[in-house]
Ligand binder design. Structure first.
Ligand SMILES: O=C(O)C(=O)Cc1ccccc1
Length: 293
């Protein structure tokens, strides 16, 4: 059982909010980068550590840092079907949705016309793109490790020409004034977080299985064939997303979520088939966990 949970800090981030919502009683540890969370969970230092990371946003899509860190073999996430039961790798063990509501904040007394630079996490910047283009077309936009990192930096360095985008509670925490509220493209803005732990843990019901693979380069119609394996067994695909493999132009890694668990015969058969049709050494189950939505 996890005793501590690591999140993307500093305090005041949406990830902290997600950690509190997921496990109000677990001790919280803040780390600066997603890869620090992966490393700590993988090494199991401190013992009993799990981690929480943002994976996708309703408006801006996949969180690239997180998806890419799932593909980094240094701190392996997921495993093949054969090794699943024994694997000591990192797995997704749970998911949680968090409503995110962005504000624009700056040092008290700073006005819109003083602002030259805007700082935030790339996801928040993408979600507020329309607002930024309309209200601050001249401002320089910088991406930061997290929304709360941006807020803390502005307070620490007393930056009078800067504003940050983040949560209202981050503004309060870092003594910044709120200049604009509800600045994302849509009010009902949800980010999905996943919880990472060591080893696979099968949920009692409502399972989602997340897996990754890439298509074989030597055969056309690879993706079609793989999706056919799911369709034939009437398995519901709830998500598909791709990231460039970074190995060759046009080579992609696919992230898929399906309803069901490999403990089920049909799901197992479909996954075996997909594993067989994927590029060598590319297929991995990232986690089997309970649907929370
Ligand atoms: O930067 C944060 O506060 C995070 O936790 C990452 C993030 C950024 C924007 C929306 C959701 C999560």
């Amino acid at each position: 059982m996890a005793e501590l949970i690591a999140y993307l800090g500093p305090a005041g981030s949406y990830s902290e909010q997600a950690a509190v919502k997921y496990a109000p009683r677990l001790e919280k540890i803040q780390l600066e980068k997603i890869k620090d969370i992966m490393r700590s969970v993988s090494l199991g230092v401190p013992a009993g550590l799990c981690g929480i990371v943002p994976i996708e946003n309703m408006l801006a899509g996949g969180v690239d840092d997180t998806l890419d860190s799932f593909l980094n073999r240094r701190y392996p996430v997921g495993d093949t079907l054969d090794k699943l039961a024994e694997s000591k790798n990192i797995f997704i063990i749970s998911e949680i949705d968090v409503r995110v509501n962005h504000v624009l904040m700056a040092l008290p007394g700073v006005k819109d016309t003083d602002i030259r630079c805007i700082y935030s996490h790339a996801q928040a910047l993408a979600q507020c793109k329309d607002f930024l283009e309309e209200k601050f077309p001249q401002a320089e936009i910088f991406s930061a490790f997290s929304t709360s990192w941006a807020a803390q930096y502005i307070e620490e360095k007393k930056l009078l020409n800067f504003a940050a985008i983040g949560a209202k509670f981050a503004a309060r925490k870092y003594n910044l004034a709120v200049l604009h509220e509800d600045i994302a493209k849509q009010k009902n803005n949800v980010t999905r977080f996943v919880v990472l732990g060591k080893g696979i843990k099968y949920p009692p019901r409502d399972a989602i299985t997340s897996f990754v693979f890439s298509c074989r380069q030597d055969k056309p119609g690879g993706l079609h064939e793989i999706l056919g394996c799911l369709a034939r067994e009437k398995i519901n695909m709830t998500k598909i997303e791709s990231r460039p493999s970074k190995a060759a132009m046009g080579d992609y890694i696919f992230f898929i979520d399906i309803g069901g668990t490999p403990q089920n015969e049909k799901v197992y058969a479909a996954l075996r088939n997909i594993e067989k049709h994927s590029a060598p050494d590319s297929f991995r189950i990232l986690g089997v966990y309970q649907r929370r939505r």
